[in-house]
Design a protein around this ligand. Structure first.
Ligand SMILES: [Zn+2]
Length: 476
């Protein structure tokens, strides 16, 4: 019985053990299944979640790519992303400056250079406006363009009219106050400064009339200033000493003041006209400035550039210049001239020794001009092609320069523009070889005796400086 019970117990024990083992296997299998299921589900979940994340970010990325794909290049999107607005703004203000000086084509070309300008209504509206203005422009009659000229301005009237040269200054000079009033009145009458090179220019060796397009009512004129040398004889007579370039990069003047100091300021035509144009950009056609006529015997622009200043054996100059360094004077003159040319000023020969070229024998005229070409021309940016005759003379009659030896010589050394003095009416002669233009003197003599001739430009009576001695003595 014990054995049986014992066997029976063993059998049950074995059976329990087998069940336990089977259960453990089942549990293990179930656990394995659960783990595998969990891994699969988990992976699925994670995959799904990851894809979802991708799905939320990817379209945004795609959009970005589409946006940048429209830009010209891989490296530009960042730049052009911010640049178009800045470009447009600066282009609009630059274009406005060009249009103010009647360069509508330049303004339109500049605006069209802005990438995507077609979709910027600010730009397209401005372009349309310029196109409309262009249709209203009138071509100037080149043969009717007047030329007004000045000399260096009298700053201190007491000194100038109290000097031994008072009579001469009273005749041919203009005071600072008169100049300012003249510019203002001419501006109000619609005058616009143009370059003589805008009137005509040489193309393939042939002089051809230019086209000057201005709004109706605007009147072109050329301006020149003679003898911008600040001659020795003018010293202490109330004029500037020289032209310098100011800290702002614009030409200004230095002048000896009554108290013995040297002051910098707008003491002559060049800086005063610059200031006037800055305030009234529509007074200058496409950046035009005046013509500066230079002799050579006392140097140019107030610099003692003539060789005599470096020659100890030469006693034809004031002792105070004995220690001057001519080379350094020449360098200074050169850099002032270069800056002026950059701003639109043009230079003319006024002969070397202020010679009457009409009366001079041709050999003397050639010798004098050669000195100018050797000493003055190299200080200027390019080869000078404008000749402003000294003393208001000319080398020929109104008929022209045919069979004229002096013209043949002057033409052979590069002169294509010839200016005399003719106060009666605008006078222009343009042939296939040269342009000649008469000039009117806006000075004391003309204001006092020929106010009527100046009346198209300004009212001489209201301009005439009360500091002038009257009557103005006629030129002898
Ligand atoms: Zn002169």
């Amino acid at each position: 019985m014990e054995d049986y019970r014992g066997r029976m117990r063993d059998t049950r024990r074995r059976a329990r053990r087998r069940r336990a083992i089977r259960n453990r296997i089942i549990l293990t299998v179930l656990l394995l299944i659960l783990v595998v299921a969990a891994v699969i589900l988990g992976k699925k979940f994670l995959d799904g979640d990851f894809k979802k994340k991708e799905n939320t970010t990817f379209p945004a990325g795609t959009t970005n790519q589409t946006e940048t794909a429209g830009e010209p290049g891989e490296s530009t999107p960042a730049e052009s992303g911010g640049a178009p607005a800045a470009d447009a703004d600066s282009a609009l203000s630059q274009a406005a400056a060009l249009a103010a000086s009647y360069d509508y084509d330049g303004a339109i070309a500049l605006l069209k250079s802005v990438s995507g300008y077609e979709s910027d209504s600010r730009i397209t509206e401005v372009i349309t406006g310029y196109e409309e203005t262009k249709k209203s422009l009138v071509a100037a009659d080149i043969t009717q363009i007047p030329h007004v000229f000045f000399h260096s301005l009298i700053v201190d009237t007491a000194k100038a009219f109290g000097s031994e040269k008072s009579a001469a200054y009273n005749q041919v000079m203009t005071t600072v106050d008169e100049f300012d009033a003249i510019m203002q009145q001419m501006y109000e009458k619609g005058y616009v400064l143009v370059k003589i090179h805008d009137m005509a220019s040489k193309q393939d060796g042939e002089m051809k009339k230019g086209t000057i397009l201005l709004p109706p009512g605007k009147k072109p004129f050329v301006l020149s200033v003679d003898d911008v040398s600040y001659y020795e004889y003018m010293q202490g007579h109330g004029f500037a000493n020289r032209i310098v370039i100011g800290e702002d990069g614009y030409p200004t003047c230095e002048m000896d003041m009554a108290n013995g100091t040297v002051q910098t300021g707008a003491f002559d035509v060049v800086p005063r006209l610059e200031e006037f144009i800055k305030a009234h950009p529509d007074f200058s056609y496409k950046g035009a400035r005046g013509i500066i006529a230079l002799t050579g015997y006392d140097g140019i622009l107030g610099y003692r550039t003539a060789p005599k200043y470096g020659d100890p054996s030469d006693d034809s100059y004031k002792a105070e210049y004995a220690s001057i360094n001519v080379e350094s004077e020449r360098e200074k003159a050169k850099s002032v001239a270069a800056r002026m040319e950059e701003l639109g000023w043009e230079f003319a020969s006024h002969s070397w020794g202020h010679k009457d070229m009409g009366q001079a024998k041709i050999e003397n005229m050639k010798t004098d001009m050669q000195k100018w070409l050797d000493q003055v021309n190299p200080l200027l940016g390019g080869d000078t092609d404008i000749l402003i005759f000294p003393k208001g003379t000319d080398i020929g009659s109104w008929r022209g320069y045919d069979n004229n030896e002096k013209y043949d010589y002057l033409s052979s050394v590069g002169f294509d523009y010839y200016c005399n003095v003719d106060g009666n009416q605008p006078w222009v002669q343009c042939t296939s070889k040269y342009l000649r233009q008469g000039r009117i003197n806006a000075d004391g003599f003309e204001m006092y005796y020929h106010a009527d001739k100046l009346s198209p430009f300004f009212d001489a009576a209201s301009v005439f400086d009360k500091a002038r001695p009257t009557p103005v003595k006629p030129m002898g």
